[in-house]
Write a protein that binds this ligand. Structure first.
Ligand code: AMP
Length: 439
């Protein structure tokens, strides 16, 4: 099967040729007909399956030139990195078309983005908050939108963007086609979609040959943070020169802490990225990782969604994310596009229950490997790892008030709290004597 077998337009075929893409992936084939028929579509696809092109190709195929300066295609994504990534894919695909694409996201000057939107556009890619702000302020007109894509809807909802999505829907025309993509179809996602999609057709990315099968999933039992740092240093030193290693940590604070611990060991070769870092810093870091200027990147889950870096040889899960979807997203960063990848997870006692859930969902067991003998783990715990002393269920009964006895010292008379009501009449009588009555 080649892209020529899909009923695309010539400019799209040419752009695909330039990109060197010849064979469509499973979701690109199965999704194409459904989306071209105009049906609401739910695509179940992980990152790395070619899902972005799966919705971009039919959207761009159905796009018609219009003099209206307002977008016909609206693509909603959860992170700023994903905005940039999708915009870049649209630009590559529309190399031979007269399509104007614009990306908008929070954390940057809204006026600049509003000015860009007002210049006119065909495709808008954005994060929910910023799209809504622009629509509410009147800079963005959404009444000409025909296609609405929500990419990574599971992540968009779990980030709490539900109200913004609903408000955006209010700005859209009633007649519109939805194309919604999600790594998994959780109950939250299904319930949300039930209310807005009209008899949606479900398409799925291939199970066989999906990233999960191309990735060796290994694990080590490592008891605590400092031991994990030791293990990480060892693994990095063991991996061949030229390998690209993405290290996932579940919180920004831990990512910073880990970076501080290992930065000195791998100077100039390591970067960090999370949502508290400035936007330019984030772009530069991903760019450096992409080009190979740095080969190690410490990242949090939110960022995992937006990074499309080729040739990641290893993903290291410094800890296990609570949600199985995030685990799948993390490891999906390696083993992309016909390459094999390695995902290594460090499992402490705390990670155990999340790991069980993930293994059940994937129907796949991680392969545990013995820690090399020359590696010595410490028992030292950092403050955040120390168990909190809570005596469950123990309630101390306070003595009844009257039986408590005196406090340890007697109060001075002036401090004794005696509520004496001030009687003005009596005080006046004491001062001036009894009032004389008129006869
Ligand atoms: P995605 O799943 O959309 O994040 O895509 C993963 C990567 O695969 C991106 O870098 C795409 O540009 C690339 N890709 C998508 N479709 C194809 C295809 N048919 N052939 C080769 N590479 C592709």
């Amino acid at each position: 099967m080649s892209f020529r077998d899909l009923n695309l337009k010539k400019p799209l075929w040419n752009a695909l040729d330039d990109l060197g893409y010849h064979e469509p992936t499973t979701i690109q084939v199965s999704g194409f007909k459904v989306m071209m028929s105009g049906a609401d579509t739910i695509g179940i696809a992980q990152t790395g399956t070619g899902k972005t092109l799966a919705y971009l190709l039919p959207c761009l195929c159905m796009w018609e030139f219009s003099k209206e300066p307002h977008p016909q295609i609206l693509i909603i994504v959860p992170t700023r990195e994903l905005v940039v990534q999708v915009v870049s894919e649209v630009e590559l695909l529309t190399k031979y078309m007269n399509v104007v694409v614009c990306g908008v996201y929070g954390g940057t000057n809204m006026n600049t983005q509003a000015a860009k939107v007002l210049q006119g556009l065909d495709v808008l890619v954005g994060t929910p908050g910023r799209i809504l702000d622009l629509a509410s302020s009147g800079s963005l007109q959404l009444k000409h939108v025909k296609k609405v894509v929500i990419d990574e809807v599971d992540e968009t909802l779990s980030l709490g963007f539900r109200p913004q999505l609903l408000n955006i829907f209010d700005f859209l025309p009633a007649k519109r086609q939805h194309m919604v993509f999600s790594a998994t179809l959780s109950e939250e996602v299904s319930l949300f979609l039930e209310d807005y999609l009209i008899t949606p057709v479900r398409v799925e990315a291939a199970r066989a040959g999906s990233p999960i099968e191309k990735i060796d999933q290994l694990a080590y039992r490592v008891p605590n943070f400092l031991s994990k740092v030791t293990m990480l240093r060892h693994l990095i030193q063991e991996t061949p020169i030229g390998s690209k290693i993405l290290i996932f940590v579940s919180s920004r604070a831990l990512a910073d802490l880990l970076f501080e611990e290992i930065e000195a060991n791998f100077q100039d070769n390591i970067g960090i990225i999370h949502s508290n870092k400035a936007q330019n810093f984030r772009f530069d870091t991903v760019q450096n990782f992409q080009t190979g200027a740095i080969r190690l990147l410490v990242a949090t889950d939110l960022i995992a969604r937006g990074i499309d870096v080729t040739d990641v040889s290893h993903v290291i899960n410094f800890d296990i994310p609570e949600s199985p979807e995030n685990y799948i997203h993390r490891i999906g960063r390696t083993g992309r596009a016909d390459k094999n990848g390695i995902a290594v997870s460090f499992i402490s006692e705390k990670d155990e229950s999340a790991l069980q859930t993930i293994q059940v969902l994937m129907q796949h067991q991680l392969m545990f490997i013995n820690v090399p003998e020359n590696i010595v783990f410490t028992e030292e715990l950092l403050e955040f790892e120390k168990p909190k002393i809570i005596i469950p269920g123990k309630t101390v009964k306070l003595p009844q008030r009257e039986n408590r006895g005196l406090s340890f010292h007697e109060k001075k008379a002036k401090n004794k709290k005696v509520n004496v009501r001030y009687d003005h009449k009596k005080a006046m009588q004491e001062k001036y004597g009894k009032p004389k009555r008129k006869r």
